[in-house]
Structures are given as C-alpha cells and as structure tokens.
Design a protein around this ligand. Structure first.
Ligand code: NAG
Length: 246
C-alpha cells in the first residue's frame, strides 16, 4: 500500500508542483488587477511609479482646481462642511471656541464687528447651556396679581380639585418656588403645594369658602424645610403673576 502511494506521488510530483505554481501566479495576477491599492503598494514596493497613476493624479488636481473656480461662491461654501471661524476676521477675542456651522455662518454674514460680537456672545452662552434661564418668574404686578403672592391655606377635595390644571409629585424637589416656576412655565395663574411633595396649577382661584387657618397646612417642603408645602388635603396657594387665559 505504502509503495503504491509512493509510486503515485512520484509519478505526479511534477504535475502537482506545476499546478501549485500556476495557482500561485494566477492569484497574484487576480489580486493585482482587481485590487488597485494592492497594485499600487506592490508597484511602489518595487520602486515603480506608475506613469498612469501620475497622469491620473495630475488630471485630478487640475480638475479640482477648475471645479472650485467654476462654482458660484455660495455653492463653494456648502461644499466645505466645516468652514472654520478665523480669528483674523474678528477685531475682538471670542469668549469661547465656536463650532456650530449656523453660528459661524451668521458671524460671516454679520456686517459690523458689534453684531459679530453679539452673535459670538450668544453662541457661547448657548454652548455653555446658560442661554435660557432656569426659571421664569414674573415680578411685574399685573392686574394686581403678583408672582409668589400668598393667598392662604385651602382645603382641597379629592373629587373636585381646587387647582385642576396640572398635577406633579416631586418627592425630593418640591418647594413653593419650584411649584410656582412649574406653574409659570405652564402659563397658569395659580400654584398650590400639598402633602409636602405635590404641586398643583390652576386657572381659577380657590373659593374663599375653602380657606382655613395656616395651621392646617403643616407639612414641610422636601427641598425647603423652612416652609410648609400644604398638608393632608390642604394646600398653600399662590399667585404666579400670570392672568387667567379664561
Ligand atoms: C460680549 O461679551 C463681552 C465680554 O463679556 C463684552 O465685553 C461685550 O460688551 C459683549 N458684546 C456685545 C455686543 O454683547
């Protein structure tokens, strides 16, 4: 058996070597012709500079040049994804680095340095997250309603809430001002805190008949223990300074 195998091997050795070599070169040819980067690297490794390649890159760069020149300027800007703000354009030092494309575009379009600076200042505020105020108290007396004016302690009813526009439960953050700010942002004229953690907002004032003594509102606010946030079905009610929409 072994002898037979050895004979076969001997007989076909040349044939096998030849086919292995053919397969090897065939692979190289396929790789070189189908994968241009492999082709380039191979050529470069061997000290070649393909004339064809040089021609292509020369044509490419001249094409790019004319391409850029032909385009209208607005189009040109669109094609440059990140037009950077150059410090030379400004006669002041920007308060922060500006990355927003819209802001950079606005700064480019602004005609005076003052306008540019104003845009820079606002953009920096936005980037730092300080542009919008965290709360919007309304301190202007308006039709004799004032932000934060205390109306009293009122008894609430489970079935018919005194302030029925909004309800929120803030176990850790509730306070009189926190609730007032929520109701201002919701556009409600009245805010009420109840059961320590609850905040109600409403359109209409609580009825005078529901008013009770302040002692009935006896629960401390979670975020401000110096003040009370209502009690069990009792509510400290405030004006937000906004007038009713109704
Ligand atoms: C922008 O901010 C700077 C520095 O805070 C200030 O000096 C300058 O007056 C502001 N400019 C404008 C136009 O708002």
């Amino acid at each position: 058996m072994a002898i037979l195998l050895r004979r076969i091997c001997y007989k076909y050795t040349k044939c096998i070597i030849a086919s292995v070599l053919i397969a090897f070169f065939a692979q190289i040819i396929i790789a070189v012709s189908f994968f241009p980067s492999a082709n380039d690297n191979l050529l470069k490794k061997n000290g070649y500079v393909a004339r064809h390649e040089a021609e292509v890159s020369a044509r490419k760069s001249s094409f790019e040049l004319s391409d850029d020149e032909d385009l209208p300027s607005s189009n040109k800007q669109q094609n440059k994804p990140l037009s950077l703000l150059r410090v030379e354009e400004l006669d002041f030092k920007p308060a922060c680095d500006i990355y927003s494309r819209e802001a950079i575009s606005a700064i480019h379009r602004a005609k005076t340095q003052t306008c540019k600076q104003e845009i820079v200042n606002k953009t920096c505020l936005i980037q730092e997250g300080h542009f919008y105020p965290e709360n919007l108290p309304n301190y202007c007396p308006h039709n004799r309603v004032t932000y934060g004016k205390y109306l009293g302690c009122y008894v609430d009813e489970k079935k018919l809430r005194l302030l029925s526009g909004f309800y929120g439960n803030y176990a850790n953050t509730n306070s009189r001002t926190a609730c007032l700010d929520i109701c201002v942002q919701g556009g409600f004229p009245y805010a009420g805190v109840q059961y320590a953690s609850e905040c109600f907002c409403g359109e209409s004032p609580p009825p005078a008949t529901s008013k009770v003594s302040d002692d009935s509102c006896d629960m401390k606010c979670p975020a401000s223990t110096a003040e009370t946030c209502g009690g069990y079905f009792t509510m400290n009610v405030f004006e937000t300074g906004l007038t009713s929409k109704c």
